[in-house]
Design a protein around this ligand. Structure first.
Ligand SMILES: [Zn+2]
Length: 278
């Protein structure tokens, strides 16, 4: 592997919330340690379809995941499988959809919450949670500091070359409280403050880091369609690569080939979008 990389996906954060409320990320943009671009999700701008597109680099019309009620083991190559082909070690700390898409379906609530499979052709080290029982009155999300800690633990113990972390906290908060409220201001503030020291640490450990979301949310906390508030989020990059001008809009399908090209892993033939870093 040429580089190690961590992809951090904060579910359901619209562009304006990243830019208004994440003071540490924005401070690193000002200091030159990070770059930020607008990132536009695929359609439908719904979580499962976006996870599948982020990691396979193909659209929902190609991979076939039409929404959160249609989760299955995908047939396309993805970032995990390509990093493995390149000889790298992979890990994920995420919602169980990620394990179902890229390792096994259906999700076994005992055997799949935690696994270490050095010979796996996709995910070597997985730590997953299902959020079973999730609803308006109970988010069923783990604390984000625990998730960030778990990913760091996997990096230290297992020498991950590629690690992916996904957390639903802010998506759940948006569905529950919407966006023009103290609850969401505070939730974004806390996420930024919890994440910041880990970014420092991951950089010191030699990782490039990408922080983004799967999609945005509109004023009513909705997403799924074409409204820019639903489709547009931010993408922050910490690393040594060159990127496009700051007014460039990154297409979600560019993420998978970009991660693989940064790492020196083979880009799958199905990943047709151009990498945005070089
Ligand atoms: Zn989502």
């Amino acid at each position: 592997m040429d580089n190690k990389l961590l992809l951090i996906i904060l579910d359901g954060v619209p562009w304006r919330n990243f830019r208004r409320l994440f003071g540490n990320l924005e401070g690193w943009v000002d200091s030159g340690e990070a770059r930020v671009w607008k990132h536009r999700s695929v359609l439908p701008s719904i979580s499962a379809s976006c996870y599948a597109s982020i990691h396979t680099g193909v659209s929902p019309q190609q991979h076939g995941c039409t929404g959160n009620g249609n989760v299955f083991r995908l047939s396309h190559d993805d970032v995990f499988s390509q990093v493995r082909k390149g000889g790298g070690v992979t890990g994920g700390v995420a919602h169980s959809f990620w394990s179902e898409f890229f390792n096994r379906h259906p999700f076994d609530p005992v055997m799949d919450v935690e696994y270490d499979e050095p010979d796996s052709q996709t995910i070597n080290h997985g730590r997953f949670h299902s959020m079973t029982g999730y609803g308006h009155h109970n988010q069923m999300t783990p604390s984000d500091v625990d998730l960030f800690g778990s990913l760091t633990n996997l990096c230290l113990r297992h020498g991950l070359d590629y690690g992916m972390l996904h957390t639903c906290t802010l998506d759940s908060m948006g569905h529950r409280y919407f966006h023009d409220c103290q609850e969401m201001d505070h939730a974004c503030f806390v996420m930024d403050e919890m994440l910041a020291p880990f970014i420092r640490r991951w950089r010191q450990m030699g990782y490039e880091v990408i922080v983004t979301a799967d999609h945005g949310q509109d004023a009513r906390g909705h997403h799924g369609g074409r409204d820019p508030l639903q489709q547009e989020t931010a993408l922050y990059y910490f690393g040594e690569a060159q990127g496009p001008s700051s007014d460039t809009v990154i297409d979600q399908l560019q993420i998978a080939p970009t991660v693989l090209s940064r790492m020196g892993a083979p880009v799958a033939d199905t990943m047709q979008a151009e990498p945005f870093l070089w």
